[in-house]
Design a binder for this molecule. Structure first.
Ligand code: G3I
Length: 347
C-alpha cells in the first residue's frame, strides 16, 4: 500500500515537471506577426519602443500598436543579467531570442539593453564577495556570450547602464567596489571584442537637464574617449512628466555636449507621465508637447540616431496605467502624443 502511494506521488511529481517544462517552452515561443497591420510611417530617425515578449505574444492590441508605429525595439527586461544568466554560466535566451527573431522577421532595428547594471542582477552575482580576478572572469563570460550570440542582429548595446548617482559620483555597486572605475572601460572593450560592428552606448537616467550628474557624465565619457575605449554614443533616457519635461533647447544643449566629443546620442527610454507630478490644465496636450520636445531635439541634432519610447501602451507601462506615460492608452488607442512625436520626427 505504502509503495503504491509512493509510486503515485512520484508519478504525480513527474507529471508536474512535464507540465512546467511544456508551459515554459510555450512561454518562450515565437512572437506572432499578424497580417494586415499598418506599416509605421517613414521618419527621419528610427523610432523604437521597449518591448516585452510575453505581452507581444498575448496582447494583440499591444502587438498591433507596436507594429503600426515603431521601427526599432529594445527588449524591456529580456536581456538583463538576472534573466539571461540566472545561475553562473547557465544562460536562458528564451525571450531575448524571441524578440530578436521577431525584429528580424519584421525588419526592426534592435537596441540591446543592458550588459552591466546594478539592478536586475542575479543573486549569485549581487550577493557575493568577489575577488577582482573572478568578477572579471564572470563579466567577460557574460558579455562575450550575450553579445556574440546576437552579432549582426543587435545594432547597438547599452553596455553600461546608469553608472552615476545624482551627485555625480559613481554608484558603489558590486562592479565599482570590486574592480574600481575601470570596470566601465573593461565592459566596453569586452563588448567591442565580441561584436566589433555593434554601436556601443553608455546609457544614463536623469542627466537631461544641467546638473552635477550631467557634468560627471560628460567627464566620464570624455575620459573613455581619451583612453581609446570603444564607445560610440550616449543614451539619454528622458523619463519625464507632463508637468516638468526638458525643453527642446535643453535637450539640444545636452546632446551637443556629447556630439562635441565625437559621439552619437539617442533618447533611449522616453516616457512622459501624466497625473503624477505637478498639476497641469490639459495633461494630454502637455504630454504631447513633452514628446514633441524630445522628438524635435533629436531631429535637429545630426548625430542623434534614434528615439525610443519606454513601453507601447499604458496598460503595460512600468509607470502603471495611472501614469499614462506612453503614446497609447490602456485600450491601445493613440493619444495626441503619438501624432506629436511622429510629426517632430518628420512623419
Ligand atoms: O519576472 C518577474 C515575474 O516572474 C514576476 O511574476 C513579476 C511579479 O511582479 O515580476 C517580474 O519581474 C519584474 C520585471 O520588471 C518584469 O515584469 C520585476 O519585479 C520588476 O522590478 C521589473 O521592472 C523593470 C525595471 O526596469 C527593473 O528595474 C521594468 O519592467 C522596466 O521597465 C524597467 O526599465 C528600466 C530600464 O531597464 C533602465 N532605466 C530605467 C527603466 C525604468 O525603471
Amino acid at each position: 500500500m505504502r509503495r503504491r502511494l509512493l509510486l503515485l506521488v512520484v508519478l504525480l511529481l513527474a507529471a508536474l515537471v512535464v507540465v512546467a517544462v511544456v508551459r515554459r517552452h510555450e512561454a518562450a515561443g515565437p512572437i506572432p506577426v499578424p497580417a494586415n497591420v499598418r506599416s509605421p510611417p517613414r521618419l527621419t530617425r528610427p523610432l523604437g519602443a521597449a518591448l516585452d515578449a510575453d505581452h507581444a505574444r498575448h496582447d494583440p492590441v499591444y502587438l498591433r500598436d507596436f507594429l503600426s508605429t515603431f521601427t526599432s525595439l529594445t527588449p524591456e527586461n529580456a536581456m538583463k543579467w538576472a534573466v539571461v544568466e540566472p545561475s553562473r554560466g547557465h544562460f536562458d535566451f528564451g525571450d531575448a531570442d524571441a524578440l530578436v527573431d521577431f525584429a528580424q522577421r519584421t525588419r526592426r532595428r534592435v537596441r540591446g539593453h543592458t550588459l552591466v547594471w546594478d539592478e536586475q542582477l542575479p543573486g549569485w552575482l549581487a550577493d557575493h564577495t568577489w575577488s577582482p580576478a573572478d568578477l572579471t572572469k564572470a563579466l567577460a563570460t557574460h558579455i562575450q556570450t550575450v553579445v556574440a550570440r546576437y552579432q549582426g542582429r543587435v545594432e547597438s548595446w547599452d553596455v553600461v547602464n546608469e553608472p552615476l548617482d545624482d551627485d555625480g559620483s559613481l554608484t558603489r555597486d558590486v562592479f565599482l567596489r570590486t574592480l574600481g572605475p575601470g570596470y566601465i572601460d573593461l565592459a566596453f572593450r569586452l563588448a567591442h571584442a565580441a561584436d566589433p560592428h555593434a554601436r556601443l552606448f553608455l546609457n544614463e537616467i536623469a542627466a537631461e537637464s544641467p546638473s552635477p550628474k550631467q557634468d560627471a557624465l560628460v567627464a566620464l565619457v570624455r575620459g573613455l574617449k581619451q583612453r581609446g575605449v570603444p564607445i560610440d554614443g550616449v543614451g539619454l533616457q528622458d523619463h519625464t512628466d507632463a508637468g516638468d519635461y526638458p525643453s527642446q533647447a535643453t535637450l539640444e544643449r545636452v546632446m551637443r555636449r556629447f556630439t562635441a566629443l565625437g559621439l552619437d546620442v539617442e533618447i533611449t527610454e522616453l516616457d512622459v507621465q501624466v497625473n503624477r507630478g505637478r498639476h497641469v490644465a490639459d495633461p494630454l496636450r502637455a504630454q504631447a508637447d513633452g514628446y514633441a520636445a524630445a522628438g524635435s531635439a533629436c531631429a535637429a541634432t545630426p548625430r542623434c540616431t534614434g528615439v525610443t519610447v519606454w513601453g507601447v501602451t499604458d496598460k503595460w507601462s512600468w509607470k502603471q496605467p495611472a501614469g499614462a506615460a506612453t503614446l497609447f492608452d490602456v485600450d491601445g488607442r493613440p493619444k495626441p502624443a503619438r501624432d506629436a512625436l511622429l510629426r517632430a520626427l518628420g512623419g
